[in-house]
Write a protein that binds this ligand. Structure first.
Ligand code: 5GP
Ligand code: ZN
Length: 136
C-alpha cells in the first residue's frame, strides 16, 4: 500500500521510534500519545482490520500485547494500561492499517473512555449469547 503511513514506517521510508521488530509485527511509539510511552503494535503485512488477519497470527499478536504491555508499564512506571483496537471506521479507526494501542495509565491522568450503558430487553441477552456462539 503505497500511500499507507504505517507501511512507510515498516519500509523505513519515514522514521518511527521502534521498540520491537519481529517477523510478522513491529511496535513503535505513537507520535501523539495519550500518555508518554503510548505504543502501537502493527502487522508487517498491510491489512485494514482484524477480520483480515491471517490464521495463526493471532497467537503472536496476543502474546506481544502482554509482553509489550508489561515493558511499557515498567518503562513508564504506569499503574495500569489500556489496550485499544479501533477496528474499522465506525469504531474510530483513522489509520487504515490494523494496529492496537497500548496506553500506559496513571490514576491521576486526564484520559478516559466513555460510553452510555444500554439495557437488554427480556430474553435479548440470551438470544445475543446464542448468536455469537453460532459464529465461533
Ligand atoms: P487510530 O485512531 O487509527 O486507532 O489511531 C492511529 C494512531 O496512529 C493515532 O494515535 C496517531 O497518533 C498515530 N499516528 C498517526 N500517524 C503516525 C505517524 O506517522 N507516526 C506515529 N508514530 N504514529 C502515528
Ligand atoms: Zn499499511
Amino acid at each position: 500500500m503505497e500511500s499507507c503511513i504505517f507501511c512507510k514506517i515498516i519500509k523505513g521510508e519515514i522514521p518511527a521510534a521502534k521498540v520491537y521488530d519481529g517477523s510478522k509485527f513491529i511496535a513503535f511509539l505513537d507520535i501523539s500519545p495519550a500518555n508518554k510511552g503510548h505504543t502501537l503494535i502493527i502487522p508487517k503485512r498491510h491489512y485494514v482490520s482484524l477480520e483480515e488477519m491471517p490464521d495463526g497470527d493471532g497467537k503472536e499478536f496476543g502474546e506481544l500485547q502482554v509482553k509489550l504491555g508489561k515493558a511499557v508499564m515498567k518503562a513508564t512506571n504506569a499503574e495500569g494500561f489500556n489496550l485499544l483496537l479501533n477496528n474499522g471506521k465506525a469504531a474510530g479507526q483513522e489509520v487504515m492499517h490494523a494496529h492496537i494501542h497500548i496506553q500506559p495509565r496513571f490514576s491521576s491522568d486526564d484520559f478516559h473512555y466513555k460510553w452510555t450503558h444500554k439495557k437488554y430487553d427480556d430474553g435479548e441477552m440470551q438470544r445475543m449469547q446464542e448468536k455469537i456462539k453460532q459464529f465461533l
